[in-house]
Design a protein around this ligand. Sequence first.
Ligand code: KG4
Ligand code: ZN
Length: 366
Amino acid sequence: MMGEGLTILGIESSCDDTAAAVVRADPHQGAVILSSEVQGQTDLHADFGGVVPEIAARAHVERLDLCVERALAKAGVGLGDLDAIAVTAGPGLIGGVLSGVMLAKGICAATGLPLIGVNHLAGHALTPRLTDGVEFPYLILLVSGGHCQFLIVSGPNTFERLGGTIDDAPGEAFDKVAKLLGLPQPGGPAVEQAARLGDPARFRFPRPLLDRPGCDLSFSGLKTAVLRARDDLVARQGGITQQDRNDLCAGFQAAVAAVLAEKSRRALFICLDRSYHPKAFAVAGGVAANATLKAALETVSAATGTPFTAPPLRLCTDNAAMIAWAGLERFRTEGPDAMTLVARPRWPLDPRAAPMIGSGKKGAKA
Ligand code: KG4
Ligand code: ZN
C-alpha cells in the first residue's frame, strides 16, 4: 500500500512552526522519516497573547531555507535524490503559507522537480497512515490549539467532516483557563498537572452541546464557566487556594474529556449506522497529549470494537513529515500540481461541509 520508492521533501510554514522533513516510502520497507526539523516561534510571540501573522511570516522567510538545508543534510540526501517537493499551500496565516509556497516553487523551478500543494489539515489527518499504516476508511479527531474536528478519511483526498467546534479549539480553552488561573503557557500541560491533584467532582462545569444531536462542539462557554467559578471564590474568600486551582483544573478537564468522548461515540456510531466499521479511531493534535482525554477516547473506541491509535506527539503537533507524507500519497494517486499553485488562507478538507465559525488565536481553522 505504501509508495513506489519515492523520496519527498516536505515544507510547513502555515502557523508558528517552521518545518522541513524528508520522507521515503518504499514498497518493501513502508514509510521512513529520514529527517524532521521543526523550529518553533513561541518566544517571538510570547508578549502578544497569540501568533502575530507578520512576525510569523518574517520568521518563516528568515528560517525556511536553513531548515530545508538541515532536513536534507540530516536525511543524507541532496536535491538530486528527491522525487518531488510537497508544501503546505493552506489553510493558515497567508504570509507564512506564501513563504513556504514561494520557496518550494523556487526549488522546483531550479531543479525541475514536481511540486505538490498539500492541505495542512490533510497532513494531520493522514498521519495515522504514516505512523501505523492504518487503512482507509478511518475516523480521526483533530484536537489542538487551532483545530477541532471529526473527519472520516476514506482516501488521500477524500474527507468527510462530521462536526467540529463552533467557537474555540480545545487547546485554546486549556490555554485560556491556565491564564485565568495564573498558570504558565502553553496551558494544556500546566492544567493537566494541576488537575492530577484536584477533585473533578467539586465543580460541575457544563457539558456544552451534549443536548444537541450531532458531533459539533463548543468550548468558549466552558472557559467562561471556569472564570465565573474563580470569581465566585475570589468574592467569597478574597482569593483562590492551590487546592481551589487544582479542583477547577480537574473539573474543567473532566468536562472537556466527557464532551469529546461523547461526541466521539456519536461519530463512531454515524459510521456504524452506515454499516461499515472504521479501520481505526485516531486522535491527533497537541491536546491528544492529555492522558485523561486519551483514556476516555480509548474507552469509547473499545466499546465499539474499533482499534484506537494516537500518533507520537512530535507527529501530532505541527511538523513537515506529515506534509511530505500527505504529498507522497497525493503524488501517487493524482500526480503533481501546476506551478500556478496558489496559497490559500482557507481551505476546507470537506468542501460539502458548512463553513466553520471563529478563527481562534492561531488563525483560520479551515
Ligand atoms: O497541535 P499543537 O501543538 O499546535 C497547534 O494548535 O497548532 O497544539 C497545541 C495545543 C496548546 O493549546 C496546548 O495547550 C495543548 O495543545 N496541549 C494540551 C496538552 N499539551 C498540549 N492540552 C491538554 N493537555 C495537554 N497535556
Ligand atoms: Zn496543525
